[in-house]
Design a binder for this molecule. Structure first.
Ligand SMILES: Cc1cc2nc3c(=O)[nH]c(=O)nc-3n(C[C@H](O)[C@H](O)[C@H](O)COP(=O)(O)OP(=O)(O)OC[C@H]3O[C@@H](n4cnc5c(N)ncnc54)[C@H](O)[C@@H]3O)c2cc1C
Length: 490
């Protein structure tokens, strides 16, 4: 006889782990099934040759009050979250009028970043600086009711009402690529403004002692400590549905029963593959098919024989290197640009134990399409990243012992199944673009009784891991109510 659980959570990414840990804390007996050897999803921290690092560059935004902090508090383990705040970062920028990149060091403060260092880097004159400050202040101080009205416009449309100095526009276009992995002319203005508010008011970024993986390991332990169960190396092949109600899942070891199934596998893989379109209305299947996946980030990890980089975070871009839709479509047609944006972190400059003494790992990434099959172009982008480093920080290339690569194919294999053309390797999940955010975001409650989605596709807002953990909290609350109502009705 198949064992019965209160709830089964598919996938141990930040969303699934947060949700399962809270459900266990609130008295349910959840079972979390993860196909990989370890939990963590796209935010996993791995170990090699004494280095510990994420698969791609990772930074927590917001740093003060991220959703992980709320979750840890609800779990009664707040002292186990060990944030490290980003204090200084190195930025390198090239205007189209300049031949060379200029660099600057920005300082974070309690109230956020002082923009003067940015404005000087962009080469803005005094009047432009005043305009730039007024635009950023408007965004930072925007009340929630105004923010919600921005669901219907792109960030570019929002900015078009101002006379934006070009250096600032270029930075914000790069930022859309680097923070939400979207183009400025598709990204939802409400989501992009939320990120900028987080950065301005709650800290520009940060990391954790032991990396993101340590946070996720702690959540995994919290599931078990509160009476839940975690099975790794267990892929869910199918979600069972009978008469419009979920009844459990199928793994290669057999059937597992539960009246509630919460999927962190992505809404498109869940509906189209794990449940199967035949269990939904045609209009819902069409809706799910038409959802747009976000772009991806492809990463090169440079393992260095000496510590050559001083700062925990690096950002490189030029007026020519960020992608809007026009540039993206050119890339898709095979025209890989001369320069790429680069976002990189040095884990051991946050937490020295992340590298062996005297060594360093630089994890750098750039924007790319999410298609796991676009491997040729991804290789070219790796080459462009090497060229960028040679141009701006040649000392890195001189110290390279070996490199590791991570593109949409690896991300999809490790996390989200490829079920639609061009989908699978997304950096975050569904694109955070107009029509898919705020009031347009898919509901975490599927149109099948007992089936919920958790993680980046539904239930949260903001950047990457924060969005997934926020969804974990919101969906756990929703599931608890559903569970209680079922119990009351029996
Ligand atoms: C290159 C890159 C850079 C990033 N940079 C940042 C950053 O700087 N800051 C930030 O906050 N975020 C960043 N992110 C995003 C962040 O990692 C994700 O937003 C977050 O991990 C999403 O969490 P999730 O719970 O939605 O899903 P995921 O992390 O995708 O986890 C889903 C889990 O479900 C499992 N699963 C899927 N299908 C099945 C199945 N059938 N059976 C069992 N298990 C299954 C997967 O193995 C996986 O463990 C980055 C991501 C990438 C790829």
């Amino acid at each position: 006889m198949a064992k019965q659980y209160d709830a089964i959570v598919i996938g141990g990414g930040p969303g699934g782990l947060t949700c399962a840990a809270l459900l266990a804390r609130w008295g349910l007996k959840p079972l979390l099934l993860e196909k990989n050897e370890i939990t963590g999803g796209k935010a996993v921290t791995v170990e090699r040759d004494g280095f510990r690092y994420e698969l791609a560059p990772k930074l927590q935004v917001p740093m003060r009050g991220p959703a992980f902090a709320t979750a840890f508090k609800l779990l009664g383990i707040e002292s186990e979250l060990k944030p490290i705040y980003l204090e200084k970062a190195c930025l390198a920028y090239r205007s189209s009028k300049w031949k060379k990149y200029k660099t600057t060091i920005t300082h974070q403060t309690e109230a956020g970043q002082d923009p003067t260092e940015f404005f000087n880097l962009f080469g803005l004159d005094a009047q432009e600086q005043e305009r730039a400050l007024s635009i950023l202040t408007d965004i930072a101080m925007m009340p929630p009711e105004k923010l919600r009205t921005l669901d219907d416009m792109t960030f570019e449309e929002y900015l078009s009402q101002f006379d934006v100095p070009y250096g600032l526009y270029s930075y914000l276009a790069m930022h859309s690529n680097a923070s939400l992995a979207e183009p400025i002319d598709l990204v939802s203005a409400s989501e992009q403004a939320t990120i900028l508010q987080h950065i301005a008011l709650k800290g520009g970024g940060g990391y954790y002692v032991g990396g993101f993986g340590r946070v996720l390991d702690t959540l995994t332990k919290a599931i078990k400590a509160n009476g839940g169960r975690v099975l790794t190396r267990t892929r869910v092949e199918k979600i069972n549905v009978e008469n419009g109600q979920v009844t459990g899942v199928v793994t290669e070891d057999g059937k597992l029963k539960a009246p509630i199934v919460i999927s962190d596998a992505g809404i498109q893989p869940t509906v189209l593959k794990l449940v199967g379109g035949e269990h939904f209305d045609k209009s819902y299947v069409n809706y799910v098919n038409d959802l747009v996946p976000g772009w991806a980030f492809t990463a090169v990890k440079y393992f260095l024989n000496k510590p050559v980089l001083k700062f925990p975070m690096y950002m490189m871009w030029s007026d020519d290197s960020w992608w809007n839709m026009e540039r993206f479509l050119k890339v898709k047609q095979g025209h890989v640009p001369k320069e790429v944006i680069m976002f990189g972190i040095v884990p051991s400059n946050f937490d020295p134990t992340m590298s062996p003494p005297g060594k360093q790992c630089f994890i750098a990434g750039t924007i790319c399409p999410p298609d796991p099959e676009s491997t040729g172009m991804i290789k070219e982008l790796y080459g462009k990243m090497d060229e960028m480093l040679n141009r701006v920080f040649p000392e890195v290339m001189d110290a390279v012992m070996y490199k590791e690569f991570e593109g949409p194919a690896e991300v999809s294999a490790a996390t989200r199944d490829h079920v639609l053309p061009g989908q699978g390797g997304e950096c975050v999940g569904l694109a955070q673009i107009v029509g898919q955010c705020g009031k347009y975001k898919p509901s975490p409650k599927a149109p099948i009784r007992g089936l919920f989605y958790v993680g980046c596709d539904a239930g949260g807002t903001g950047m990457g891991t924060h969005q997934a953990a926020e969804s974990g909290i919101n969906v756990a609350r929703m599931v608890l109510q559903y569970h209680r109502k079922r119990q009351a009705a029996r």
